[in-house]
Design a protein around this ligand. Sequence first.
Ligand code: MG
Length: 319
Amino acid sequence: VPGEFELIERYLRRVGAARSDVVAGVGDDAALLRPPPGYDLVATVDTLTPGVDFLADTKPSDLGYRALAVSLSDLAAMGADPAWALLALTLPSADEAWLEDFVVGFDGLARTHGVALAGGDLGRGPLSISVQALGLVPAGAALTRGGARVGDFLYVTGWPGDAAAGLALLEGRLAGSGANRAWLVGRFLRPEPRVGVGQRLRGLASSCIDVSDGLAQDLGHLARASGVAAVVSAESLPLSRSLYALVGEREAQRLALGGGDDYELLFTVPPQRRERLAGLTGAGMPACHCIGEIVAGQGVRVRSATGDMTVAGFDHFKV
Ligand SMILES: [Mg+2]
């Protein structure tokens, strides 16, 4: 049975992109990283626990992807350029097949975004996966949750609600097959962190948050941090064709508002910058949809043609 150092050497030494700003990486006491002058360092950490954050039978490669994706999504929400990651893994046994497959998912996404695995920790115990991701943003240019102002318009990337439906399909709470099932399950297992969108929103969005616990709940965090209220129009929510086909419009809207695991970006744009945003989406940025506006007051209201809707989000301590 290989030991910790052998496993690190064999599987974790050359993971992700090679970066010249990693002065010392995997294998030294600590990672030595050289941020360029004039940049702020953005740091985030996420832990995945079986049964809470993923299903027990999830493929290791999907876990490797997800563990990094959720942290990159947080960097995207701050408008940062991802640079480095640290990985802390606790495994019940020295399972080389598991580790090899896990690294495939992690490495692929890391390379896509130019992220170097610069260090970490490997130990024995109940399965637990923690990833710290570090990114760079020009000093003072980071996006935060606190900058939304009355009159700003509210946007979301992609198709919220898909991931919640994908999870329901995997858990057998929802029935579906074929291309719709494949799309929705894929959106749950392989969320695409909106890194490129976050970068382009610097100097454009007044506030930003990534949607991990449900759009309505995360919008509540943004509104509270900004000292404003938000109004969402249910009919404006972008719904994927697969979600619509499988559950119908009303339930699709509910999933888009209350389902978790989307990892889309939710952001606000002042009226005078809306045209610039439209120009970006014309120039290759994934489409962002205007779903509402910022008003005076507090809380989140969802208006629909048939009256106001109430939605619940996800909270680890309230399940
Ligand atoms: Mg977040």
